[in-house]
Ligand binder design. Structure first.
Ligand code: ARG
Length: 461
């Protein structure tokens, strides 16, 4: 079907079909349909409220728009590229349904303020959903933490064994990253939730519109104070993609750890069948596809952020068609973050089993208690640096002798320094090593127990 373009009166000849396809955004901005209808309903009501059109006509417009919503959700409204974009598609269908009065809907409005409104309504809703997903992830992290307060896991710096940790403490680090992500999205939301509607094409309108009225109906917190800024600002999308990128950084780091933990070399977790896959050729394999995909998908979100920044950097005011390119990246960014949060939450909830024996063996068989020997001496008056050097020596000789610190006899300890007593063995046991780090924010069990209580409170606010 070749259909007359909305703007065809101004043009001599029809659009080249390839250019029509190139120009059209309907294939992806159909995602905005519910928000487009909601925005149009508010606009129609404002036209009635201000007396720009009669109330009887408003009723017809609203009924027609609701009919389109119904048709769409029943699969009966599937606009093709002849519609160009969602805004034209809705307007065209509206005129089919309600007749000529439908042609009044676009009074005192432009697609420029319309698309900005739709995108903000879309993103506001998505941010709410993502924030809820972050809470779900946090709840699962806390459940695992609670059950593993005294499960120990090696802690690393430079991916070298450093000091043992409570597994709960390790997982709580991700809780706090998610908490910042949740807060950041709340902050972004404040700038998403501002109405550009009524900015017109770029300069406002000659009609006596009431922008605060539509803003109120659409539950925006405020309106753009400058019409040029209103139609051309995409800072909110960039900010979202930035916050989304940080969520992905955090998910990707957790993914990387899970992948390492699931390897034979670490052996800290087993992947359960519901969240792992096999190999087509190597029958022994169980692969961590979920965390690998999360790690892999992270790049897409970073890419969308970069693309959006580049789209904006050279744009003169006000609207330019370049801005149509904001949508696919934004939608994909939203969908990617949502699917990754969901997959990670399921993985943690039911796809991972920590291996307590492997973990216990790991923390018992290394020199990650060396700092505690130095601390032991320092607490008994030996200057820390001197104690550190003594322990360095004993680590070197123990490695050469194939021994661990716990294997040294008391007389060997006392040869090293007379301050050593029988209680050195207790002081360097992994449980005590963790327990003793009782400084605020540290891995000591008392700290972590309180941290879990505090975190539970944060989730429920
Ligand atoms: N489909 C367009 C977009 O996504 C809608 C706005 C078009 N405005 C215009 N002046 N051509 O940006």
């Amino acid at each position: 079907m070749t259909e007359k373009k909305t703007w065809s009166q101004r043009f001599e000849s029809a659009l080249n079909p390839a250019i029509a396809r190139f120009n059209a955004s309907i294939a992806f901005d159909i995602e905005l349909i519910d928000h487009d209808l909601t925005g149009s309903i508010a606009h129609a009501q404002m036209l009635g409220h201000t007396g720009i059109i009669p109330h009887t006509e408003v009723e017809q417009l609203v009924a027609g728009l609701e009919k389109i919503r119904q048709e769409y959700h029943q699969g009966e409204f599937n606009p093709g590229i002849e519609a160009e974009d969602i805004h034209f598609a809705v307007e065209h269908r509206l005129v089919e349904i309600v007749g000529d009065v439908g042609k009044k809907l676009h009074t005192a409005r432009s697609r420029n303020d319309q698309v900005g409104t739709d995108t903000r309504l879309y993103l506001r809703e998505q941010i709410q959903q993502i924030r809820q997903q972050l809470k779900d992830l946090q709840t699962v992290l806390l459940d695992i933490a609670e059950n593993n307060l005294e499960t120990l896991i090696p802690g690393y710096t430079h991916l070298q064994r450093a000091q043992p940790l409570s597994l709960a403490h390790h997982l709580l680090a991700y809780f706090h990253m998610s908490q910042r992500d949740w807060e950041r999205l709340g902050d972004v939301s404040r700038r998403v939730n501002i109405s550009p509607l009524g900015s017109g094409a770029l300069a406002g309108t000659t009609f006596p519109i009431d922008r605060h009225y539509t803003a109120k109906l659409l539950e925006f917190d405020d309106v753009y104070a400058n019409s040029l800024d209103g139609v051309s600002d995409r800072d909110f999308a960039i900010e979202f993609l930035c916050a989304a990128s940080l969520i992905m950084v955090h998910l990707s780091r957790l993914s990387e750890e899970i992948i390492l933990w699931a390897s034979e070399e670490f052996g800290f977790v087993t992947l359960k069948d519901s969240c792992a896959t096999g190999s087509s050729i190597m029958p022994q394999k169980k692969n961590p596809d979920v965390p690998e995909l999360v790690r892999g998908k992270t790049g897409r979100v970073f890419g969308h952020l970069q693309a959006m920044l580049v789209i904006m950097k050279g744009l003169p005011l006000a609207y330019n068609k370049d801005l149509q390119e904001d949508k696919e990246g934004l939608f994909d960014g939203v969908n990617t973050v949502k699917s990754c949060l969901q997959a990670m939450t399921i993985l943690l909830q039911e796809g991972l089993e920590f291996r307590p024996q492997r973990l216990a063996a790991a923390v018992a068989a290394d020199f990650s208690n060396a700092t505690d020997v130095a601390d032991y001496l320092a607490a008994r008056g030996v200057p820390f640096r001197e104690a550190y050097n003594l322990v360095g020596k004993v680590v070197k000789t123990s490695i050469a002798a194939g021994k661990l610190l716990k294997d040294l006899t008391l007389s060997e300890w006392q040869q090293l320094h007379p301050a050593f007593a029988e209680d050195i063995y207790e002081a360097i046991s992994p449980h005590q090593v963790v327990s003793a780090r009782n400084s605020y924010g540290g891995t000591g069990f008392t700290q972590v127990r309180q941290a879990i209580i505090d975190a539970r409170k944060q989730v429920s606010t």
